[in-house]
Write a protein that binds this ligand. Sequence first.
Ligand code: 3H9
Length: 698
Amino acid sequence: MSDAAILRSTDGEVGILTVNNPPVNALSAAVRTGLGDGIKAFAGDPAIKAIVVIGGGRTFIAGADIREFGKPPSGTSLHDVIAAMEDCPKPVVAALHGTALGGGLETAFGAHYRIAVPQARVGLPEVHLGLLPGAGGTQRLPRLAGAEFALEAMVSGRHIPAKEALSRNIVDKVADGDLLAAAVAYARELVAQGAPLRRIRDLPVKLGSPTAIEDFAKSIARKARGFKAPWNIIKTVQAAVDLPFDEGMKRERELFAELLTSSESAAQRHYFFAEREAAKVLDVPADTPQREIKAGGIIGCGTMGGGIAMNFANAGIPVTVLETSQEALDRGMKVIRTNYENTAKRGGLTADQVEQRMALIKPTLSYDDLKDADVIIEAVFETMEVKEGVFTKLDAIAKPGAILATNTSGLDVNQIANYTKRPSDVIGMHFFSPANVMKLLENVRGKATSKDVIATVMSLSKKIGKIPTLVGVCEGFVGNRMLRQRGVQSAYMLEEGALPQQVDKVIFDFGFPMGPFQMSDLAGNDVGWRIRQGKKEKEQRNVRYTGYVADAICELGRFGQKTGAGYYKYNLPDRSPIPDPEVEKLIEETSKKLGITRRAFSDQEILERCLYPMVNEGAKILEEGMAQRALDIDVIWVNGYGWPVYRGGPMWWADNVVGLKAVHDALLKYRDMSGDPFWEPAPLLKKLVQENRKFSSL
Ligand code: 3H9
């Protein structure tokens, strides 16, 4: 036996190297060194005729150890391990199960032959970490599967099923049954046949069309906006096409190094771990017993309720959906069916799968049909009176131990819990619209919510395909509470001299899919208008009203895209926003009425006034314990609000790109300029700046 990270054994004349680095066999220094040493030892052992490399536990190798990036290199390099395999004078077979990803697949590319179980998946997902395959993947995949396929696979980073991998020469054999036995038999067969030592490096690169690379670059322009890695990946494939193998490898190294030291990759690597951490609750241990969820119930079959029901059906969990009238129920079920059928038309589901999913969703008008549900999620109209009615009824019919969840986006979960005699079973599950598409889930912990309910809901969230976070009860929870700050300042900036298109461009160029005014036009300006009318904000003293321009826009019936006009005009077939002189005039008149002399705004000021207040609010949220860690806020903003992942999330960005002192000082500058207490830095931000610390140190 060698280093514990690699177990050495033999089966007759076949040497076996088993990677032993749970949970995902990442290529740590010990794994690399053990693998390199193992290959050399078997290569020099006359009793060994062939070598099998296999993963122990649930998977082959999931890639380089991401936690090692940025640390000084130690142990054998991955390049040397792969070279040792490729140059080995005896056949090396890689045996794949689970996932062979990134450096894991690159290691398998060092072998002369690859065998996989049918359930295995392979891929080069480095792009999601802002990287490119840096151990020969960019040069070897085009040689095996063609440049076009390699581009698509590496830029999407998708997991490729074994069957497809076989059809693309990425694996040579797919075998059912015991993988090790099949791999050893395959190795023996190769020895018996005197099969050549097939080195991928010696194969020519296949390129279908001479313009393929250029065409591909054009096709991803929109999606890859702001990212660095996809563009460097394209350059590596170009190098594979143009240059001999060794020179292509050199180019790969340069382009990899450029990404590894980029802020974009640091942000994306932060996000990778943040997403996994966010699912963990600090005071709820991983082994907390969970309640069994065999069936769900949803109150309301509108856009939200229907979308939530689809999440359950997609995960194979039967769900009963309740509405108040047959008409509303039929309408909701029809929307669900249409959604599935549209997915089927795009090739995402078979007709049978559509029917299987529909069969899991049972429509009803009777609360009695919810009595067996293990979790019931309310998605009805957002007033306390309506919620009270629903939760009183649920308390009467739900079985003991059923989890009662509210999808409220703004009401007090503690008050809702108190409409029942079992507040410890009540929790918020704040889905984002459209709920069948959006990945983010803000689970809201009430004062009384029990730990096993939290544990169950966090794990259920993952089961139904969501990225869960846990937040506390406060107005707007985490995401909307921070969004509100950006909304306030963008509204003020219109009054002071900016135009919607200017503000939106700055936010779009930062990397969001759209700016605040385009977003408002999309969501409907009338929603906020009605809320403002209800709140009588205008009459509140000491708070500067945010709705002067927005109200004037709504008074003209400009509710947004749905009325063909809002902050913009929308008369093009693709609904692209067109700046409107009428709106400009209206904004100027509003400034005049308010006695504000309009002035020019720099892009930098717009950016700071939109984003720094969000960071400041994030600090208050952390201080109040409404989010567990700064990283949870990042996960919420990346998944729910389009914060560009290559900027890590607002808190990571403030910590690592802007610096907390710069944020703090800018807040003071705007406070002094405006005299508005809105800009007062949060006490936590002040403290961290004084102590020269980051949010991530909390
Ligand atoms: C690369 O290979 C670069 C090379 O091209 C060039 C080199 C020169 N490293 O996701 P899970 C942890 S870049 C370190 O919950 P699942 C993860 O944080 C890499 N840690 O499980 C978690 O820790 P914890 C290219 C890693 O079953 C635990 O393992 N490869 C790594 O849902 C379980 O993970 C990738 O990008 C890693 N590489 O999914 C693949 N991977 O328990 C990244 C995972 O403390 N990994 N961890 O929270 C994945 O996509 C998924 O983890 C995988 C399993 C599909 C493998």
